[in-house]
Structures are given as structure tokens and as C-alpha cells.
Design a protein around this ligand. Structure first.
Ligand SMILES: [Zn+2]
Length: 245
């Protein structure tokens, strides 16, 4: 019985073992597919984050394209009123390649009339300073000094490195905008400024548009060029609204 069964079980084993082995092989292949498939999927999916990164790096483009936002509204009419200031140095010809942006107000003289352009012009005259242009809160531009003459607006000053030219008055045009350290600037002021800057750029090869604080700040004081640190136009000024900056 034992021997019979041994013979029989040997025959069964002859059939079952290869069957079992092929099943094992089949299962092994399936299993390997099961496990490799997600890996392949993961590999196939791997470029996706790259695509996202590409999309992200592409997004700043519209921001660059948004620069024309600095263009003034078509409806804005630039109004320039000539009100000569007596503080300037006459110059027959000079090379102008820089525009300096400032803010000024009458807040220290008469807080109730802090934004009165007549009072601000008066203060300039009395304090022996000037600028080529003064822009009022309503956008009116007052022309105080002819562009070819040197206005007394920058004081002791030095251009940012690597330029490093001193006496910025001699090669710049100064624009004062009526504002205080806290008032911010009006849309009319920005609109007039943009038109005025474009006009100056059409007349002179402007290469630099700087804030007074960039040329008359701590560095100018440390170099002994001036005593006070200039704060204007300050952090409330929106440089993205200045064409050519
Ligand atoms: Zn200034």
C-alpha cells in the first residue's frame, strides 16, 4: 500500500510539480508587473513637477508685461504751468542723463496748507532750493527751472555704484511731487509724472531715474557730502509707475 501510494504520488508529483512551478512563475510575473507598474507610473509621472516648475518660471512674464501699467490713462491731460523759481545756475549746454525724484510739502510751515503748491514754491524760493518741476496733488505740473539749467535739488549727492558720480545736480533733472512721508501719492501725480518723464526722455538720453534717497542717503552722509539723510521719495512711492525706471 505504501509502495503503491508512493508510485501513485510520484506520478501525481510529476504532474503537479511542473503545474505548481508554472503557476508560481505566472504569479511571479504578475506580481512583478503589479509592483513595477506603479514604479513605471511614478517614473512616467515624474516629469509632471518639472512641467509645473516650467509653468511657474513662466508666470513672471506677465509681470514684466505689466510694466505698461505705468503708462498714464489716455484721458489724463498733462497741464504744465510756468512759475519760474529764482534758484538755479544758468547753463548753456549740459549733458543730462539722470532724473531725480523727490517729495516735498509745506507741512512744517503750515500743516493746514501742507499740499498747497503756491506755498511749496514759496518755501523753495525762500530756502534757496529749486527743482525743474513740481507736481501738485491734482496732477498739475509747475515748471520752475528750464531743463538746460541746473536746479538746486539734489544737494550733496553721489550716484549708486558703479556710477559713483558726485554733484548729481549738474547732470540731472529734478522732479518734486507734493507728498509727506505718510500721505502717499495720488493717481493724478503718478499719471502726470509718467507723462513728464516720457517727455524728458524724448529730449535727453536718460539712463538713470533715481530717488533722492538713493543719491543723498546714508552713503552720501558717510562720505561727508551732506549732513542729513534724505528720505524722499521713500517706501510709499511706487516705482513701477515710473516709465523707464
Ligand atoms: Zn529731495
Amino acid at each position: 500500500m505504501f509502495s503503491f501510494h508512493r508510485k501513485k504520488s510520484a506520478r501525481i508529483a510529476l504532474i503537479l510539480v511542473p503545474l505548481f512551478m508554472s503557476l508560481l512563475l505566472l504569479f511571479g510575473m504578475m506580481a512583478s508587473n503589479l509592483f513595477t507598474a506603479p514604479r513605471e507610473q511614478a517614473q512616467a509621472a515624474a516629469p509632471a513637477p518639472n512641467k509645473i516648475v516650467v509653468a511657474q518660471t513662466a508666470t513672471p512674464a506677465p509681470m514684466k508685461a505689466a510694466v505698461p501699467k505705468a503708462e498714464p490713462p489716455a484721458v489724463h491731460q498733462l497741464s504744465i504751468v510756468s512759475t519760474p523759481n529764482r534758484n538755479y545756475r544758468a547753463a548753456k549746454s549740459r549733458h543730462i542723463d539722470t532724473i531725480v525724484i523727490h517729495y516735498s510739502s509745506a507741512i512744517n510751515v503750515d500743516p493746514a496748507r501742507w499740499d498747497d503748491p503756491a506755498l511749496v514754491r514759496d518755501i523753495f524760493n525762500r530756502n534757496h532750493v529749486s527743482a525743474h518741476y513740481l507736481i501738485a496733488r491734482d496732477g498739475t505740473v509747475y515748471k520752475l527751472v528750464d531743463e538746460q539749467n541746473v536746479a538746486w535739488q539734489a544737494g550733496g549727492s553721489i550716484m549708486p555704484a558703479p556710477d559713483n558720480r558726485k554733484n548729481v545736480n549738474s547732470f540731472s533733472i529734478g522732479i518734486e511731487i507734493i507728498a509727506t512721508q505718510k500721505s502717499g501719492f495720488t493717481d493724478a501725480e503718478y499719471a502726470s509724472l509718467a507723462q513728464l518723464v516720457n517727455g524728458i526722455r524724448s529730449r535727453s538720453p536718460i539712463r538713470h531715474i533715481v530717488g533722492h534717497d538713493e543719491i543723498g542717503g546714508r552713503r552720501a552722509v558717510n562720505l561727508g557730502l551732506r549732513h542729513d539723510v534724505k528720505p524722499d521719495p521713500g517706501s510709499l512711492f511706487d516705482w513701477s509707475r515710473v516709465p523707464g525706471r
